[in-house]
Design a protein around this ligand. Structure first.
Ligand SMILES: C[S@@+](CC[C@H](N)C(=O)[O-])C[C@H]1O[C@@H](n2cnc3c(N)ncnc32)[C@H](O)[C@@H]1O
Length: 261
């Protein structure tokens, strides 16, 4: 698991591992987790190891998770970016480890609320995740009633989604500036340019200290000078990076690369 994704699963997670693998074993028709793992070891079933890694990843997410972060984007970060001297071109945002997409659509809804995302090319958003199942759902922008009931205000549901059967689908116009790519944060994937804002939340917590250093080094390299990094509530990027500096707006802590770096 750590070799594939950098995610560390310590002994204290053994219950979680067992229960996730039991569900996968049952879904794939194996009598027992033992049988599933024996099959993985043989390497005879293409893609099986990937399914196991995917099943073990924690993909927990919901709309407007930690709403203050989105408030900071809307009221503090976007105005600062828009006011920066000599700035031109689209605002570029990366949702790194976007899971099933609730984070990136929350960003897009916030941008739409600020009058952006309305026409082609005023923003460019990239959303990446290691998990194939997660990125596929993110790409489809299709959510259950339970998923939309987690964090999504009713006016947003009505404005940005339409119902189709039991699912809620994100409006195509909100999706059109978002590019979804399945990608490992540690891979050498070349990112298309630099980002003004990076959301990298609730993923570093699963990495070792060395993994966190590698992650934040990569993120910092992908940011514009003076770019903004938003992390999860319990994460601290500046502890694992010498190029990211902590700032705060209200009670939201965020990180920036040096201007002119
Ligand atoms: C707990 S979710 C967080 C989702 C979202 N950022 C949020 O805060 O709600 C963590 C995500 O990180 C992804 N992930 C874990 N290791 C990864 C790696 N090495 N590369 C890319 N994504 C990874 C998982 O697939 C999962 O979707």
């Amino acid at each position: 698991m750590a070799a594939a994704t950098g995610v560390e699963l310590g002994a204290e997670k053994s219950y979680v591992v067992q229960s996730r693998l039991s569900i996968l074993a049952r879904t794939l028709g194996f009598g027992h987790v033992r049988d599933l793992m024996s099959e993985v070891v043989t390497g005879k079933t293409p893609g099986l190891q990937e399914r196991v890694v995917d099943a073990l990843l924690n993909k927990e997410t919901f709309f407007f998770r930690h709403p203050e972060t989105f408030e900071a984007l809307r009221r503090h970060i976007l105005p600062q970016i828009q006011a920066s001297p000599g700035r031109s071109g689209p605002i570029r945002i990366w949702s790194a480890a976007c899971s099933t997409g609730q984070e990136v659509y929350s960003i897009a809804m916030m941008l739409a609320d600020a009058g952006l995302c309305q026409r082609d090319g005023d923003v460019e958003i990239m959303a990446t995740d290691y998990s194939l199942s997660a990125i596929e759902q993110a790409m489809q922008g299709s959510y259950s009633q339970l998923e939309v009931s987690r964090g999504l205000p009713a006016p947003c549901l009505l404005r940005f989604f339409r119902q189709e059967g039991h699912r809620w689908l994100v409006a195509p116009w909100l999706r059109r500036n978002i590019r979804f790519v399945r990608s490992d944060l540690f891979s050498g994937m070349v990112l298309p340019g630099f980002f003004d804002v990076v959301f990298c939340r609730n993923v570093a917590i699963y990495f070792s200290d060395a993994g966190k250093e590698r992650l934040y080094a990569r993120v910092a390299r992908s940011m514009t000078p003076g770019g903004y990094l938003l992390v999860g509530g319990t994460e601290c990027a500046s502890r694992h990076s010498s190029t990211l500096f902590q700032e705060q707006w209200k009670n939201v802590v965020y990180y920036r690369t040096k201007v002119g770096q």
